[in-house]
Design a protein around this ligand. Structure first.
Ligand SMILES: *Cc1c(COP(=O)(O)O)cnc(C)c1O
Length: 392
């Protein structure tokens, strides 16, 4: 291909337009407040893991979501892993998990030699179906062995039907872990997800609504759970002047530098939720009239952050499939993604039990996540909208 300098003046803008800058699904969006805390870490030489930013981030995060205790970790996956260890999950146990989710929700179950059992989505929130959960627990109770825990996922910025799910878990005495990795800033009946169950987990991975580049948080009102997880996350050191260990530990703590980023990001959370919802509204107004295009519903019980704007495409009515749309956007250097492929369809979980599955399968077949970055300009969003509209 010719170098730009060798092209005619007419050809240059045409070539440049052929590769507009890539529009990502949900890239990091710094607020400008992060550097102050990162600078403090450098100035005080608190580069090592732990330190004042970590303590402050835990305090500020717990206050934000309304939890009694919070533990900053290297990832959301680590948070799930530690919660499961604390609940005593081990070889031969079963743990119930939403099927429509990212593999990180289920992988820690397997780290512990236990077996995930997947539950389908309902249509109101696309999260775990409480009726299927109730049926499954009733069946397991009759057979004499209950699962060790339930991991409910709050998908794409929206909470599951927590009151019903909690009531069912409580009826059987099975602890609930909330995977709120995608739902920071959402509400269920006015309160944050993550604080209803025995433990809640959040993620600050690069694509999440706030990010520390990588990181996670475990929250709980149970001081013993957090204290135990804190110990496990620092190689399970016993309180002794020498190094002594009476259980197996992990290196899962968050660094003081990254916690500084988290503190700055947390201050921007409300703005991010507002902007995410505004981006969703713009898509809805611009695409909502197209036959066959529907939007992820907002359940009556809470605020959906619209972390990602998700549409479903009825190919018969719209004329092309969601994959056609995805490829057309990709050709314009616009990233969009199918929904999570349900866990019960994953080769790695092929042997696992599943209750239902048809709802998640249909959502996976028809669903598409659109670019939802809070720093996206109106012009960029218009590019996405126009390309989709032009396909009819
Ligand atoms: C991102 C995510 C996780 C994992 O978080 P990490 O911080 O990347 O380990 C877990 N569950 C869900 C639903 C997620 O989207």
């Amino acid at each position: 291909m010719a170098k730009l300098q060798e092209l005619s003046y007419r050809e240059v803008p045409r070539r440049l337009q052929m590769t507009p800058p890539r529009l990502y699904l949900s890239p990091p969006h710094m607020s400008g407040r992060e550097m102050q805390y990162v600078q403090e870490a450098f100035d005080s030489n608190w580069i090592a893991p732990l330190g004042p930013n970590v303590d402050a981030f835990e305090r500020e995060f717990a206050a934000k979501v309304g939890a009694k205790h919070a533990l900053a970790l290297s990832s959301g996956t680590a948070a799930i892993h530690l919660a499961l260890i604390h609940l005593g999950v081990g070889p031969g146990d079963e743990v119930i998990v939403s099927t429509l989710t990212f593999a990180a929700s289920a992988n820690p179950v397997v780290y512990l030699g236990a077996q995930p059992l997947f539950i389908d989505s309902e249509r109101t929130s696309w999260n775990m179906d409480p009726d299927l959960l109730a049926e499954t627990l009733a069946r397991k109770a009759r057979r004499g062995k209950l699962p060790k825990a339930v991991i409910v996922v709050h998908l794409y910025g929206q909470t599951a039907d927590l009151d019903r799910i909690l009531a069912i878990c409580n009826a059987y005495g099975v602890p609930l872990i909330e995977d709120a990795a995608e739902a920071l800033g959402a509400t269920y009946k006015g309160r944050s997800p993550g604080i209803f169950g025995k433990a809640g987990i959040f993620s600050f991975n690069g694509n999440k609504i706030i990010t520390t580049s990588g990181g996670g948080m475990l929250v709980s009102d149970d001081a013993d759970l957090i204290a135990h997880a804190r110990k496990l996350a620092t190689q399970a050191r016993d309180p002794a002047p020498h190094y002594q260990h009476s259980e197996i530990g992990y290196n899962y703590r968050m660094s003081n530098v990254l916690a500084g980023i988290g503190r700055g990001q947390l201050q921007a959370l409300d703005d991010r939720v507002r902007r995410k919802r505004e981006i969703f509204e713009t898509y809805r107004r611009a695409l909502g009239d197209l036959p066959g295009i529907s939007f992820m519903p907002e359940a009556p019980w809470g605020l959906h952050t619209r972390w990602l704007t998700v549409i479903t495409v009825d190919a018969d009515r719209f004329g092309v499939t969601r994959e056609d749309i995805r490829l057309a956007l990709e050709a314009e250097n616009i990233e969009s993604r199918p929904l999570w492929k349900p866990m019960h369809l994953q080769p790695v979980f092929a042997d696992c039990e599943v209750a239902g599955g048809g709802v998640a399968e249909a959502l996976f077949r028809d669903g598409l996540c659109l670019p939802s970055g809070t720093a996206m300009t109106e012009t960029q969003q218009r590019r996405v909208i126009q390309r989709i509209r032009s396909m009819r």
